[in-house]
Unconditional design. Structure first.
Length: 216
C-alpha cells in the first residue's frame, strides 16, 4: 500500500494562488485507507478551499487514482463539464495518482499529499514501511524481512556494530535492528546457513528510473 500524508495547508494555498476554480480528485484505494484522500477528506478540503475564496467546480473519488481506466470511468465521463471548468485540479492521492490525473485529463494538477513509503497496515492509522520497490527482491534469503527497507543503513550482509539489544543506533535505538530480526526469523526457521552466506553488492540496475513493465 502507498502511504501518504497531507501537505501543510499553507503550501497548498500557495500552489493555488492565481487559480480560482478548482476540481478535487481523491483516491478510493490507498489514500482512502490512509484517511488522506477519501470522500470525507475530499469534502473537508472543498470546505477549506471555499474558505479561501475558491470556487470548487466539483469533486470525485475514483476507485483507484493511479489507474487510467478508473479515471476515465469515475472522473472524465461523469464530471466532464465541471472538470473542464476548473483552472486547476487538486489531487489528493499519491505521486503516481497525481501524474495519472495530469496525463488523462490534460489539466494543471496540484498535489495535496506527500507520498512517504510503501508499507503495511498494522491497524487503523498505523503504517510501517516494508518495501522500497528495488526490483531485485531478496526476501527468500532474509526470512521475509527486507533489509533494503528496514535497515537504516541499507546493509545487506548483517548488522553493523551500532546495534544494541536489538535496536538500531541510527534511530537512537528506538526501532528494531532489521538484521537482528532477520537472524531471529531465520533461526526459528532453521535456515541460519542463509544468514552466514555472503552476498555480493546489490545490483541496482533494476532500480534505474523511470521504470515500466508491460505484459502482453
Amino acid at each position: 500500500m502507498i502511504i501518504t500524508e497531507p501537505k501543510p495547508e499553507e503550501e497548498i494555498k500557495g500552489y493555488l494562488e492565481g487559480f480560482n476554480k478548482i476540481f478535487i480528485i481523491g483516491c478510493g484505494s490507498c489514500a482512502t485507507k490512509c484517511e488522506t484522500g477519501g470522500e470525507e477528506q475530499v469534502k473537508a478540503m472543498a470546505e477549506t478551499l471555499r474558505s479561501w475564496g475558491k470556487e470548487v467546480t466539483g469533486w470525485a473519488v475514483p476507485e483507484e487514482c493511479c489507474d487510467y481506466r478508473f479515471l476515465r470511468r469515475d472522473v472524465i465521463r461523469p464530471h466532464k463539464e465541471t472538470l473542464e471548468a476548473a483552472d486547476a485540479v487538486l489531487v489528493m492521492a499519491c505521486g503516481s495518482g497525481v501524474q495519472a490525473v495530469a496525463e488523462v485529463t490534460g489539466k494543471l494538477v496540484v498535489p495535496a499529499l506527500n507520498t512517504v513509503f510503501i508499507g503495511v497496515t498494522e491497524r487503523l492509522r498505523n503504517f510501517h514501511e516494508r518495501c522500497r520497490a528495488c526490483g531485485d527482491c531478496l526476501l527468500f534469503y532474509t526470512g521475509g524481512i527486507c533489509p533494503v527497507a528496514r535497515c537504516a543503513k541499507g546493509l545487506l550482509n548483517g548488522p553493523c556494530g551500532g546495534q544494541a539489544n536489538g535496536k538500531c543506533e541510527a534511530t537512537q535505538w528506538q526501532t528494531d535492528c532489521a538484521w537482528v530480526l532477520i537472524y531471529e526469523r531465520l533461526k526459528e526457521q532453521g535456515r541460519l546457513d542463509l544468514f552466514l552466506k555472503p552476498r555480493l553488492p546489490k545490483d541496482w540496475s533494476a532500480w534505474s528510473k523511470p521504470r515500466e513493465r508491460v505484459w502482453r
